[in-house]
Ligand binder design. Sequence first.
Ligand code: NAI
Ligand code: MG
Length: 355
Amino acid sequence: MKKILILPGDGIGPEIVAEAVKVLDRLKADGLSVELEQGLVGGSAYDAKGHPLPEDTLAQAREADAILLGAVGGPQYESLDRPLRPEQGLLGLRGELKLFSNLRPAILYPQLAEASTLKTEVVSGLDIMIVRELTGGIYFGQPRGVRTLDNGEKEGFNTLVYRESEIERIGRSAFEIAQKRGKRLCSVDKANVLEVTELWRQVMLRLASDYPDVELSHMYVDNAAMQLVRAPKQFDVMVTTNLFGDILSDAAAMLTGSIGMLPSASLDADGKGMYEPIHGSAPDIAGQGVANPLATILSVAMMLRYSFGQSEPAERIEAAVGKVLDQGLRTPDIAAEGQASVGSAEMGDAVVAVL
Ligand code: NAI
Ligand code: MG
């Protein structure tokens, strides 16, 4: 029996996670062998326990086979000291559980082609996967800080550092995903300027001989940003550093025009993972019951596929999402102007009904 830790978090988190739990309950009734447990993270954990990642949440997370997280954060927590802010709950889980491989698919549902700001022919059929290194690079490198120079001027500094072993494990993760998809992997770096990413490129080249069925290419990050907007369908899987991946994956997500539709996975070396929508806690619509639950529901599909090796129920969920879109159901974020919309619960119920 697999154990799933459910962490609703803040803002719209509880509303969207409730719909994903309905989907899990439906699959359980069909024989999926999982047990669910609830926990606290983010601002709501701070409110209840004084810390965004309480000890008992961390213990639950270590115990679990997979984690489903809603979102964390909100304006009421912005004045807290940095270590107590909701985001520390997320960063803490990623770091403590060594979730180094962040998978962010950008898929355009044909039913939502109009939602993209790009021309339909540029994005129709878009299906790319960005693999972002998540526990290293400039977000974690030491030394870091702000110091005062002799002349009194302040100087800020962060360190971009990657070991070969860190590059190799994210590289293998990406090659393996490419093997299961279109067998093309584009490694994004800045090898012309940054020594670290020259090493990155060398490691990717070395790994390529272990994956002869995958076609490896390299691209500088500035060009990759340009190509993502110019002709995104040229990509299958992209692999890159923490910072470059943060930026490129947000750009790729927006090609699809619908922040409420995109799931993500963050995996460790053994396939344990944390699954969450890519959007945040949307305080502007929290409590109204109108948030789009589909990104969270699609995150459950990723969980089944990547942590539990169950692609059949994963595909069932993805097909059900396509079906409710075919039926014309739209939450306000994906509704065309003037089109009637439904709330979170109605959308979740519709997915369960198709299942
Ligand atoms: P956001 O993603 O929460 O919201 C951006 C816009 O998209 C808002 O207008 C929101 O209403 C809309 N939106 C987001 N998810 C939606 C959904 N499922 N259905 C319909 N509309 C949706 O980003 P924002 O506003 O920059 O941040 C709000 C809070 O969330 C902040 O405290 C931020 O730190 C936190 N955040 C948390 C993340 C996480 O938990 N992984 C990621 C990004 C931000
Ligand atoms: Mg980001």
